[in-house]
Design a protein around this ligand. Sequence first.
Ligand SMILES: [Zn+2]
Length: 522
Amino acid sequence: MNEIQLYDATLRDGMQGEGMSLSAEEKLRIAHRLDELGIDLIEAGFPASNPKEQELFGLLANERFAHAQITAFGMTHRRGVQATADPALAQLAECVAPVCTLVGKTWTLHLEKIVKVDRDENLVMIDSSIAFLRAAGKRVVYDAEHFFDGYRAEPEYALRCIRAAAEAGAETVTLCDTNGSSLPAQIAQATAAAIAALGTDVRVGIHCHNDAECGVANTLAAVEVGARQVQGTINGCGERTGNANLVSIIANLQLKMGFQCLAPEQLARLTETAHFVDELLNVAADPNQPYVGRNAFAHKGGMHVAGVSADASTFEHIDPALVGNQRELLVSELAGRASVSEKAAALGIALDEPTTRRVLERIKELEHRGYQFEAADGSLELLLRRETGGYEPLFTLESWRVIVEQLADGEARTEATIKIWIGGERRVHTAEGNGPVNALDAALRAAIGEVHPHLADIELINFKVRILDENKGTGAVTRVLLDSSDGSEVWGSIGVSENVVAASWEALVDSLERGMLAGPPA
Ligand SMILES: [Zn+2]
């Protein structure tokens, strides 16, 4: 057994995180992306804990997956009830999933303080629950909850629990660091002891949480000593500080440890899959996320840029294309002409010598005024296109106006009016919003959305305001950074002005203009 089984828990354990919510259809879309990525087991949830889960299992009954298998999640039967009489187990036995993941107790502290079940009774609960599902024709993954805490408290009893699960017919016994309390050496030692106790007939899995920021490291430590199922969530979403991040685990297993988890073309979908899940969860993708973040292969400074241009391995730990990411060359005062030429080449823009010099001058001048293009790749692209000619702006501005009205009862109203020209036609639109930027955005979209319907796909996902040079007080310059997305790509834009609304307007226009360059997402 030297193959790694990839087990995704995003749709169940990952949903315990704050503010996480997905409809049944969204879960189904994610399940298909995970299937395409090459995930072996997808934990869908409890088969009938609420109407939303019921709806999901109803939908799953009619779905076909190329590779992945669905697992249903549940727990060992309640105390004082026979497995055959436990309604939740019966639902697992009857559901469409071929695999059931059962969670049960391992830590004596929990038996004493939480569930008040004696040690032998707990062993019986593990045994009879698994036997019941096996008799119903299910394959069983047994999740030994708090295994590592339990092993540190009473190693003999923790091992008896997992032995009971293996003897009852579980095909995999997964060791869970449920509190995320353990460090890699502890995980390695306890996992090795579990494998020695279970023998070679049963697969051992690992399920880590990230409370000590060791979720990924702990998972790899368990694999080093023989664990062959890895459980995690996409981007590490999950309760508290999250679960082990399956995205990094997969990349590390395959690119650093030599396991063949995915076909190369599947591995190349890692970045896109990670961003897709963020998108559906409505969270901004973490630019600093290892392997798949926008900054994961970003280079700043002349020497680094010159280095990667000569030989990428000088400053990169892997080739970004392997995980579907790409090199970002950050342009700043430090960077020289090499990075501007590289950036232009990456965008397919040909820059001759005089233009390069002009672009560098322009960037320097703008940086002096407070612009910064490192997080504003969209604005930089527009700058390059404007400087090289052949760029058609979406519209010409005549004027915009924002009225903010504060009523005596505390209610604030904002209204924006814009007057613009598109193709020789004057358009005047007014819109209300919950603030000046929102109202301007609404008015601008109303005005140009009729001509460019793709605009509706572009969403503002992040809005950051920073006051530069605070000691000038109200005369200080405001820098606005916007992140936008059309569902497949994310880009940044920037605006700088003494007036926060004017800076926002500038960033907003860049954001929409850059978004329209790409055309509708495929
Ligand atoms: Zn968990």
